[in-house]
Design a binder for this molecule. Structure first.
Ligand code: FAD
Length: 550
């Protein structure tokens, strides 16, 4: 008998599921219902359409209902909202948004991929003209029209997460001066704060105004067309355009009403086959909670890659295959003003808040390719690994070039349960314009492996003030004069062997340099002379971002 599969939501998760279903079952009847005007559009491209980097709206449409019909024999009904699920009769109620007509559609299998809606809190004045969110093509068209007709000079972007940063860049690309207001004390809340600090510095250097650690409290009209953005700390910003991007909330209304199990973060609960608490209903994408493969906790991870993979897993299960969705490492990347930030796995703050203490972190600041080849850019990396076995738990990297490649390599390695020893030994491609014979990924593995093998003990910068250690800085005098840590004594690496007598044997010695490399060499010298030494992780480069100047 023909199977009838109804899919709610026809973008990332839903469209992928439908296409995979057809490849596995030529006979199934497949119906996609989407309340929007479009299916299978590139939500991730919307900021760039606003910025006019993508000029042609049609380029955002990855597939149309006609293509679904002709190529896949899949029926797509747009402007068709599913308002209810009757699990007893295995039917959904659909409202035709053009005519208002309601009707019933039966299903053998139902897939929910309704996504997540931008958070839009009921703040005073939030519905004033000129305040936008960004989720759909019509949203981006409205912002474009506002820019073209009103010619805004100043924009406030509320929220300094990935979409906020992309919007800031794209609004600046339209010649608009941008202020970002972010409630947290840092940009890019998924990152550890010291890693996000590099992005803060970069945006300030590019002329973006940042207001961190304060939430927007409301909006007022100003003059004819302007807006005042008011914050809880009673700071006011003038704006001609506001983009609200403070996160998303899973769309679970129909799932809740149907009595499907909802998790503690508000997403639909699914098993590893993407099946909900009802064995004939699957759910995928931003609307579901997924298991974090490092911490084991259930989380909301609204990213396109997982949504696509989950759509595929749901299709395979519906067609009787044994395919599991293993969970996520939440691997993500964001670019803004020529600066890239990427991460995979967990962060130090996530580990600490999960109560996990058996880990260590290292910092490194390598060039993205060999320094002698023109155009080398320094990147900044942080690697987290489990102690004592060295399993890689997470990595973050930021910089102007080469960042996403290193995080992708580490993400792939983590999915194969790599340890830092695997990163150390990993064979990666190299030529001068692309990398180094010791790639940053290898270097991260080597530094971490040195720590685990006991070749180098690390000292955390955060404990510097409480330590009774003897602090030496092994950089050259001109570097030491430029900036140094209070109390440090300058003994350049080249003089260390000759000045051993200046070092105490009854105290631990903490060593710093610019990025940690010379301090490592110093550690090895001193350890072999019987001294107790530790390397201040990541050197002065890390110290600077741990102690940012506001
Ligand atoms: P969506 O793609 O949101 O699709 C859900 C669809 O369901 C919508 O069309 C909606 O209209 C429809 N729907 C909802 N309820 C109903 C209903 N009751 N009846 C009928 N239809 C319904 N992720 C990345 O990994 N990288 C990026 O760079 C990136 N950039 C992004 C930029 C923007 C501006 C946005 C908005 C998102 C971005 N994302 C990015 C996130 C990514 O787009 C989502 O994770 C992904 O689209 C989720 O897929 P989904 O199928 O769960 O939901």
């Amino acid at each position: 008998m023909k199977k009838r599969i109804v899919i709610v939501g026809g973008v990332a998760g839903g469209a992928t599921c439908a296409a995979r279903l057809r490849r596995l079952d030529e006979n199934a009847e497949i119906l996609i219902l989407d309340r929007g005007q479009y299916v299978s559009f590139a939500n991730c491209g919307l900021p760039y359409y606003v910025g006019n980097v993508i000029h042609d709206e049609a380029k955002l449409l990855l597939a149309t209902p006609d293509l679904f019909r002709e190529r896949f024999n899949i029926e797509v009904r747009t402007r068709s909202e599913v308002t209810g699920i009757d699990r007893g009769t295995s039917t959904v109620t659909v409202r035709d948004l053009e005519t208002g007509r309601e009707y019933i559609e039966p299903y053998d299998a139902l897939v929910l991929s309704p996504g997540a809606a931008p958070v839009f809190p009921p703040l005073p004045g939030i519905n004033l003209p000129g305040i936008f969110t960004l989720r759909t093509i019509p949203n981006s068209r409205q912002i474009r029209e506002w820019i073209e007709h009103r010619k805004p000079r100043r924009a406030v972007v509320v929220g300094g997460g990935f979409i906020g940063l992309e919007m800031a860049e794209n609004l600046a690309h339209r010649g608009i001066s941008v202020t970002i207001v972010e409630m947290a004390d840092q940009l890019m809340p998924p990152f550890d704060p010291e890693m996000a600090e590099y992005m803060r510095e970069h945006l300030i250097a590019r002329g973006v105004r940042l207001h961190l650690g304060d939430a927007v409290a409301g909006f007022e009209r100003s003059g004819n067309d302007g807006l005042l953005v008011l914050t809880k700390a009673e700071v006011t910003f003038e704006a001609d355009l506001v983009v609200f991007s403070i996160g998303v909330r899973p769309e679970t209304e129909i799932a809740r009403k149907a009595g499907l199990e909802i998790g503690e973060h508000g997403g639909i609960c699914v098993d590893s086959r993407m099946r909900t608490s009802d064995s004939r209903i699957w759910a995928v994408g931003d609307a579901v909670e997924v298991r974090n493969r490092v911490t084991g906790s259930w989380e909301l991870v609204p990213l396109a890659g997982p949504a696509n993979r989950q759509g595929r897993v749901a299709a395979e299960t519906i067609c009787g295959r044994d395919t599991d969705f293993e969970g996520v490492f939440a691997t993500a990347v964001c670019g803004s003003f020529g600066f890239t930030a990427a991460l995979t796995g967990t962060t130090e703050k996530a580990l600490r808040s999960a109560g996990i203490t058996e880990f260590q972190s290292i910092y490194l600041h390598p060039n993205h390719h060999v320094p002698y080849y023109p155009g080398a850019k320094r990147m900044h990396m942080k690697l987290l690994f489990r102690t004592p076995d060295g399993l890689v738990l997470g990595a973050q990297a930021v910089g102007e070039a080469g960042v996403e490649r290193r995080i992708d390599v580490i993400a792939a390695a983590m999915q194969m349960k790599a340890t830092v020893y695997d990163l150390e030994a990993m064979e990666l491609c190299y030529a001068p314009q692309y990398g180094a014979a010791k790639d940053p990924v290898n270097l991260a593995g080597m530094i971490a492996a040195n720590v685990l093998r006991g070749d180098m003990e690390l000292a955390p910068w955060r404990e510097l003030d409480d330590t009774g250690a003897f602090l030496i800085d092994v950089r050259e005098p001109h570097e030491f004069r430029r900036d140094s840590v209070d109390g440090a004594i300058n003994i350049p690496l080249g003089q260390l062997r000759a000045r051993l007598h200046e070092l105490p044997r009854d105290r631990e010695i903490w060593i710093c340099c610019e990025v940690g490399q010379r301090a490592y060499y110093a550690c090895r010298i001193l350890v072999q002379h019987g001294l107790r030494v530790r390397n201040l992780s990541g050197g002065y480069q890390t110290y600077r971002v741990l102690n940012p100047v506001a």
